[in-house]
Design a binder for this molecule. Structure first.
Ligand SMILES: [Zn+2]
Length: 69
């Protein structure tokens, strides 16, 4: 997990859910259960994410998407 120690990593990643746009930052209440979205921006846009710049999916949206598939 820690092979890359990037400086300013918190500024590079967008800590919000790309489905609902809610913050998943530390202290938001969504931090612990957030899921990193490995897709790139183009893939997220083509998947019709409402907030494609978000680098995470919150636990609620993840459960929804599994149920709907
Ligand atoms: Zn969400």
């Amino acid at each position: 997990m820690y092979q890359h120690q990037e400086k300013n990593k918190n500024e590079i990643i967008n800590q919000f859910c790309n489905h609902c746009g809610r913050s998943v930052k530390l202290g938001s209440g969504m931090f612990v259960n957030r899921i990193p979205d490995m897709n790139d921006l183009i893939t997220r846009i083509s998947n019709k994410r409402k907030f494609p710049k978000g680098d995470f999916v919150c636990i609620e949206c993840d459960e929804h998407s599994e149920r709907n598939q």
